[in-house]
Design a protein around this ligand. Structure first.
Ligand code: PHE
Length: 454
């Protein structure tokens, strides 16, 4: 084991850092919407089933690979399967998060701009009708979103530069509890608005007839993206987990926090959307158009409350996006500093510059460069589709094949049980192993195919 490497200080730190990676835009702008779309509580049940039987086992396989090797993704493959082609999986999972963070940071930048708008009372009742159009104007303008992107990736790189303990651990431990308090406060407020009951029904009324194969595929895809799987972030974070930590407990804690936050985000957003008499959509429109419209309209009856909630809401998005983005940057920094021998500062600077440049082009693809298309997509959409629909899925598939078929079963179980010191989990750990070996690869291929033709 590499003794120079830093370690997270406690189980709480591990869970907060991993939950920080997991909780992000996926929880806030996709989960609430697809829950309503695919049958409310029935979909939540499908999501939980997919998480328990497939996503958590894959999270654990990344955890085992990371903690067993105490290496970055590339080094992990070289250590556990020396001289084999598995190093390409290590490299793939260095490249994917660097691409993701480049465009994720553009959206992170939007949340900085909207936090500023909320702080300067720009969602006024008299502007309610025009507030949603402002988003289109903002993203298609050249300089403001680019500057916000640079600010976002700058803050994120600074946190990573400070190190695993002083940067990532400290940031996650301070912000995660605050994030939960904020989302609970917003949810409580949202639930007290007149007409919010419709939103609760939208989220919860179970409709099992909507659980189509496509809904199952979405549940699995969502739990995958939400748990940051297949891109080496969980592997890299696990490589900083001490040999005494219980991987199963910290994995379960991470998944539970992610689910609870997603459900709370649903209660924060949907009741307010329905109280405002709007039909919800997904993605940027929900967060940057619909909600500002609602904040502006609420300003009529409760100007102070609506301004405060708007600030809290965009702050929540910003912090959630930052803690996810730092996990993506760390993958590349760990790789460059450990494999290429550069200092942490230079490695962070390298990733920062790459993400700045690709992100600038992604940002401009909403405006001045919108006519530049790759296979019919803008650069932003192309990067997003390439990563979420293909590279992440491929990464997760290969991780499960690697853990299930390349690593020896005894070694895998040895790592899960901390060399036998965690007792009484034989059946559970063996079940996890078989889920990784047989169920996960088949299920991942299935989502992939359903995603292509569904
Ligand atoms: N899980 C994050 C979210 O829900 C996204 C993410 C993907 C983070 C891949 C890290 C790696 O927004």
């Amino acid at each position: 084991m590499n003794s120079r490497r830093e370690h997270f200080g406690s189980r709480a730190a591990v869970i907060m850092a991993m939950a920080g990676s997991a909780i992000g835009l996926g929880n806030i702008w996709r989960f609430p919407y697809i829950v309503g779309e695919y049958g409310g509580a029935a979909f939540v049940l499908a999501f939980v089933i997919c998480s328990i039987f497939i996503s958590i086992p894959i999270l654990l396989c990344e955890s085992v690979i990371g903690r067993r090797s105490h290496q970055n993704t590339f080094g992990a493959m070289q250590t556990l399967a020396p001289g084999t082609g598995w190093k390409w999986l290590g490299l793939l999972t260095v490249i994917t998060p660097i691409i993701i963070v480049s465009y994720y940071s553009v959206v992170g930048g939007w949340s900085i701009a909207y936090l500023f708008k909320a702080l300067t009372f720009q969602f006024r009742p008299e502007d309610a009708e025009s507030v949603s159009g402002i988003f289109g104007l903002f993203v298609s303008s050249a300089l403001p979103p680019v500057l916000c992107h640079l600010l976002f990736i700058g803050i994120c790189s600074l946190i990573v530069f400070l190190g695993v303990k002083k940067g990532i651990e400290k940031f996650s431990k301070t912000t995660m509890p605050v994030l939960f308090v904020l989302i609970v406060l917003i949810a409580v407020y949202s639930l007290t608005l007149p007409g919010s009951g419709e939103g609760v029904r939208y989220l919860l009324a179970p409709d099992f007839s909507k659980l189509t194969p496509k809904a199952w595929a979405s549940a699995l895809g969502q739990s995958f993206f939400s748990l940051s799987l297949g891109v080496g972030t969980m592997l890299t974070y696990s490589s900083y987990v001490s040999s005494k930590e219980d991987l199963v407990l910290s994995g379960a804690g991470t998944a539970l926090s992610d689910l609870v936050f997603a459900v709370l985000a649903g209660f924060a957003i949907m009741p307010a959307v329905f109280a405002g008499g709007i039909t919800p959509g997904a993605g940027p429109g929900l967060v940057f158009e619909t909600l500002p419209y609602i904040f502006a309209k609420m300003g009529d009856a409760a100007p102070v409350a609506s301004a405060v909630v708007a600030v809290l809401f965009f702050l929540t998005i910003l912090v959630a996006a930052l803690s996810s983005a730092i996990s993506m940057v760390e993958v590349g920094v760990a790789y460059l500093s450990e494999e290429k021998g550069v200092s942490r500062g230079k490695a962070t600077l390298g990733i920062f510059l790459f993400a700045c440049i690709l992100g600038i082009f992604c940002s401009l693809s909403f405006g001045p460069l919108s006519s530049f298309r790759i296979l019919g997509n803008s650069l932003f959409d192309f990067c997003d589709k390439l990563c979420s629909n293909y590279l992440m899925v491929l990464g997760a598939l290969l991780f499960s094949v690697f853990a299930g078929w390349k690593i020896k079963k005894e070694d895998f179980l040895d790592e899960l049980s901390n060399s036998g010191s965690i007792k009484g989990r034989g059946v559970l750990n063996a079940t996890i192993y078989y889920l990784i070996k047989f169920v996960a690869p088949v299920a991942i291929l299935l989502i992939f195919v359903l995603g292509l033709f569904g």
